[in-house]
Every structure is written in structure tokens, then in C-alpha cells.
Design a protein around this ligand. Sequence first.
Ligand code: SF4
Ligand SMILES: [Zn+2]
Ligand SMILES: [Zn+2]
Length: 301
Amino acid sequence: MRCRMCGQRAVIRLRSHNIALCEGCLQEFIRRRVKKAIKDYRLLQPGERPLVAVSGGKDSLSVWDLLGELGFEAGGLYIHLGIGDYSDRSEEAARRFAEARGLELRVERVADHFSGLGIPELARLDRRPPCSICGMVKRYLMNKAAYEGGRVLVTGHNLDDEVATLFGNVLDWKEGYLSRQAPRLPAAPGLAPRTKPLVLCTEREMAAYAISRGIDYILEECPFSRGATSLFYKDLWNQLEERSPGAKLRFYQNFLRVRHLFREEEPRLQPCQSCGFPTTTELCNFCRLRDRAKGKKGNPP
Ligand code: SF4
Ligand SMILES: [Zn+2]
Ligand SMILES: [Zn+2]
């Protein structure tokens, strides 16, 4: 199998684009896909400074790498969730990546905000699934860091992630979620803009990119992700893609064309009485959980 661009030995075949590529041309192909997403969906404006939320996995480290390659001055944010060895190992991967490239990495520890408790303990305390607590806490800390630093928040969601989320939302016709699923969400009072530059790249393409760039990412998944519905949807979509190459891309891009049809009244937001970030209630969920956690691990209430 030969590379369609340069004729050297190809390392990957992309059926959805009907091409085979060598390592070097694959990297160039991914750079072009990211540039296209940035241009078509206006993900980053000139002069905007990105803050990449990194988990230590292939997608977030690769998007950080790509933004640097494309000339953006991007910093990183790692959130240590307090999920045993998994969190320690993923922090290590993020640190190794940043140090090797001389990039600025900010580390936030969930335990520092919640009286020493991490996500598993907070989930038990609040009697909610760990992913629901984790999602809320991560969204809050990512937004806070980006907003206070005057940055655009960048996440490493790839096409497979977006398709799985979209599929779940379509199954239940969740209009509100559909209206808010976009490659860029604009800034609002107390909210930093958020963008996803990898929306036109599949998981498989990103894994090949990370390996070809020698990115030392963590392969291990979060222990709480086992059995997640999103993984089941991804599996279904891989079967669909096998039968009909390009199905993921068509599903996602065609959705973006009709997204304006989905509307839901914006919730009325007000500043949280404790931290000042936007919320629908007097105290935001983050501050409420922080208050509940006080005194739970030997700290005075
Ligand atoms: S799978 Fe792990 S990292 Fe992902 S939301 Fe759930 S607890 Fe958080
Ligand atoms: Zn080539
Ligand atoms: Zn608050």
C-alpha cells in the first residue's frame, strides 16, 4: 500500500477519504483537517489565546501539539480528579509532555477545593454517579481557569466523541442539548468561549497521529468509564462506518447544517452568591458541593 500524496510506504488507510498515507503525510493531513475546522467553524480568532484542557490521553495532548504546530500560543490545564493511580499516571503524562516541549501547564487538584476529597468520595457524599459529579466539577474548573485567564477553552473531543453524544441526544430528541452541541460555544458573562478543533478527525486518525508524533500518552481509561453508554454508541458507529465509510462525518456535518432548527429557551443565569460564576440557583452546584464536603475529612466546617 503506497501513500497517495508522496508514494512512500503507507501506514494507514482512510476509507472515508479514500486515501492511504505515510506517517509524514498523515501528520500533514491531520493539520489540514484541524485548520479546516478552525476556519469553517471560526473556532479561534486571531489574537485569541487557547487553554487546552489535557487529560493525559491522545486527543488532548495531540490537540495541544497541533495548536503549537499551527502557531497558537497554547497553555495547558490538567485537573487531578483524585481517582487513585489513574489520576497520578495521567498527571505524569501531561507533565512529561509539557516539560519536553517547554509548555506552560497549570494543575488544579479537585481535593484542594473539596476539603481533601476526590471524585469517588464526592460521589459517595452526594449519592450521585461519579461521572455526573466529575462532569460538573471539571466544567466549573475549566471555565474558571479559562475565564480568569482571558483564554479560549479548548478540549480534545474528536469526531467519534461528537457523534456518540449527538446520537444519544437524537435518540431522545433532547432539543436543548442539540441546540448547544457546537464546535464553538461563544463567550457569555462569566463564561469563557469553548472550542473543539478535532471535530473533523476520528479517534483512529488521532491515535495514528499521536503515535506518529511520538506523543507519550496514557492508554489507560478512567476506571469509571467502563460500561459507559457512550462507548456502546461508539462501537455501533464503528460498525456503521465499516459498512458505509464516511457515515460519521456525514451525520455530524449534516447535523451542523440543521442545528439552527433546534431551539430551547436559554436558562436564566445569575451570579452565584458565593463565587460569582453563572448559575440558575442562588448557590452554584460547585459551591454547594464544596460546602457539603467541609468537615468531612477532618477539616473544620
Ligand atoms: S469516566 Fe472518569 S474522567 Fe470521565 S467523567 Fe467519568 S469519572 Fe470523570
Ligand atoms: Zn506520504
Ligand atoms: Zn459558586
